[in-house]
Design a protein around this ligand. Structure first.
Ligand code: CP
Ligand code: NVA
Length: 303
């Protein structure tokens, strides 16, 4: 695997290879087994948006693999003053062994990969959040023992999380149901991909219909980073697109709940459902570390 730009680029085998490698790296970490696969390598981490989990898990992960992470805020880079991505990519490729980037436009991530010569890892764009979904799949598989045939349901905005969950879920054999308001559907490119999966994919404005018999329920914030000005309007539009005890009743009795975090209790999820499933949600947050270590090993380790 050269890069991780979006899950649409990966085969099912590549996704499962990442999950298996992540399980192995987690086992090694927990048992004190050295796994310094990226000894002496440097990962640049470009952030154009805020982050807690992505920043800390990548920086810790590369350190555990024997390398180092370099935090690069776009406020301090010349990219923030207009230096073109194509030049930044070619310069950073001369110093670094890999780049993780969190930004707005997917095109910026794709351009970094086109113009640079080192692995590029997408740490979230407006279009997708592949690292998060790899950690999510890892967590569901840990708790349920398998993925193929499980029903995943996502409630809320048809955003980066929805886009990646649809692609990742379908590629690993899950049935995927999405409930979002008509005007806030996932990206057309993702809907075209999902159309190839027939009745394994359902999209509806009705949360109860989507959540029926679900094995795992996902949600995400109503207003993503960059949409702060729309937050008040979105609170009205998304009212009802919430994981709460009523919704849990129509899902399977052993249904898991996942949230990429940060969570807004009382909006997309109630505080009581969040706390009842906190163990699964914080396992999911932990697994960012292991899944991303796998991605770094499988990209930067091949250089
Ligand atoms: N879930 C996630 O990506 O968290 P951060 O925004 O804190 O990195
Ligand atoms: N949809 C959210 C995910 C945060 C991890 C956002 O883009 O802000």
């Amino acid at each position: 695997m050269k890069h991780l730009l979006k899950l649409l680029d990966l085969s099912t085998e590549e996704i499962l290879d990442i999950l298996n490698t992540a399980d192995q790296l987690k086992y090694e970490l927990k048992h004190g087994i050295p796994h310094r696969h990226l000894e002496g390598k440097t990962l640049g981490m470009i952030f154009q948006k805020s982050s807690t989990r992505t920043r800390v898990s990548f920086e810790t992960g590369i350190y555990q693999l024997g390398g180092m992470g370099m935090f690069l805020s776009s406020r301090d880079l010349q990219i923030g003053r207009g230096e073109p991505v194509e030049d930044t990519a070619r310069v950073l490729s001369r110093y670094l062994d890999g780049i993780m980037i969190r930004t707005f436009e997917q095109k910026e991530v794709e351009d970094l990969a086109s113009y640079g010569s080192i692995p590029i890892i997408n740490g979230l764009t407006d279009f997708c959040h592949p690292c998060q979904i790899l950690a999510d799949m890892m967590t569901v598989r840990e708790h349920k023992g398998y993925l193929d045939g499980l029903k995943m349901c996502y409630i809320g905005d048809g955003n980066n999380m929805a886009n990646s969950l649809i692609v990742g879920g379908l590629k690993v054999g899950m049935n995927v149901a999405i409930a979002c308001p008509d005007a806030y559907q996932p990206d057309q490119q993702v809907l075209d991909f999902a159309a190839g999966y027939g009745d394994k994919f359902l999209m509806t404005p009705d949360c109860m219909e989507a959540a029926a018999d679900a094995d795992v329920l996902f949600t995400d914030v109503w207003a993503s980073m960059g949409q702060e000005d729309e937050a008040a309007a979105r609170r009205e539009i998304f009212k009802g697109y919430q994981i709460n005890n009523e919704l849990m009743k129509v899902a399977k009795s052993d249904c898991m709940v996942q949230h990429c975090l940060p969570a807004h209790r009382g909006e997309e999820i109630t505080a009581d459902v969040f706390e009842a499933h906190a163990n699964e949600i914080f396992d999911e947050a932990e697994n960012r570390l292991h899944a991303q270590k796998a991605v770094m090993v499988l990209t930067m380790g091949q250089q």
